[in-house]
Design a protein around this ligand. Sequence first.
Ligand code: NAD
Length: 515
Amino acid sequence: LSSRASNILSPLGIQGSTALPGLYDGAWRGSGETIVSKCPTTGETLAEVATPTPAEFHEALQKTKEAHVVWRDVPAPRRGEILRQIREALAAKRDVLGQLVSLEMGKIKTEGIGEVQEFVDICDYAVGLSRMMNGRYIASERPGHTILEVPNPLGVVGVLTAFNFPVAVYGWNLSLSLIAGNATMWKPSPTTPLCAIAVTKIIAEVLQANGLPGAIASLAVGDKDVGEAIVESPDVPLVSFTGSEHVGRIVGKNVMSRFGKTILELGGNNASVVMSDADLNLAVPAVFFGAVGTAGQRCTSTRRLYLHRNIADEFLERLAKAYKSVKPGDPLVDGTLLGPLHTASAVATYADTVAHLRDINANVVCGGSKYDAAPFEGGNFVEPTIAIPKTVNTADRIWKTETFAPILNVGVFDELDEAIQWNNSVPQGLSSSLWTRDIRNVGRWIGPSGSDAGIVNVNVGTSGAEIGAAFGGNKSTGWGRESGGDAWKQYVRWSACTVNFSDAAPLAQGVNFSA
Ligand code: NAD
């Protein structure tokens, strides 16, 4: 192992020449197939991880179920205290864990650390929630009666996550799930197992120090077979899935077929709309970050750019200049803005999309190639690309499909309504952003005739959400909401409880059923 990698893995307790166990339910084990964690920057093998056999997985799921029985009776504010300790433990390792995200996923260090900070933030939020997960008292029409709406824990929450946020997305789910009194079974992306193992170790230590079962926060590293086992299990009442639309469609149907609950956080195809009155000093850097940041591998990355005709040339000139200034580099080195794509197959998808852009005679303003020369030959580096297809034809895959790579497609419009129609014409509905100083445009954009996405920003780019509001998208993005807002309400079962304190038992609506 290179010193670049071991300097990050050792402080997180990840080392060893044999395969690391990928299953945790209070004890670490795994004697199934091994998967390999590879560094997307260098191609170096970081570690091998042993996944569970089906029998080991089911045993761990049973332990998680049993752990839930202990955890659900811990009072919520006491659960909050455990979350506070998890928060402290994560914060103490924030920087090195952030570096592990950069090493294994490929995003630049400041974004890797920011991702861990997001987990810390949502723990804070959950601590607050621990005294605020209020039910309701409802007036009854019957004398001496009271109606309550009571939130109770659900049981085991299955959390299936994507590679691109290997820490934060679990954090959003774990925090709300635990605070609501559930135990969690996490299946991370098979290409980011080390992030999952490092996070699970940190949480396990806190649970152990408090005499709580480790299976409150279980982990099963594995491929799609482990995901399917969670999806199909009647012991998992809620499956929170983050990933592609393709897999989300399968997961959604399968969980529904056993009448389980889902939270689906799927692909995005996010647009920025720039009006003629926009402040380009704000809009150009925001679109640059939205489209190039994380090498275009955020669900909220800016993939479509709609420019008002009056500012289109100037905007593109300034944006192309920013693009040309960006140099690829090791995401762990300060100052790097462009890291690699996560896998070689993502590079192939990028190349295929660029080839399609050329086929439809789009004007490829900049980018379009892989970086193959030293020192990038071992990594998955590609040039951020701006393309202007001939028309905004939303039947073409260029506009309606999420390509998980730094490719930005540009269209030019004359009226805001045309841009809103383009914004809404794709299957996905995650994030959107309007740049304007005119309050009338804002009203239209955020109102009933405006953007149909789950995130509708004004003078703020499409990516980089905070944890306070519920996060999620509409349409084929899956309608899920996570993180802040009312998202916690999905992690409980709601009971409507009518209580009769009186000496009579009248029926509702005045129904008379006496003989
Ligand atoms: P993916 O769909 O390939 O994999 C996601 C997870 O599903 C992985 O853990 C994978 O092992 C598992 N899986 C695969 N097949 C399965 C099956 N049949 N049953 C159960 N689980 C299965 O996604 P990815 O490539 O890791 O991530 C990129 C995608 O995630 C992009 O589309 C991106 O937009 C999306 N994403 C969305 C959000 C959001 O909040 N909306 C956030 C991050 C990423």
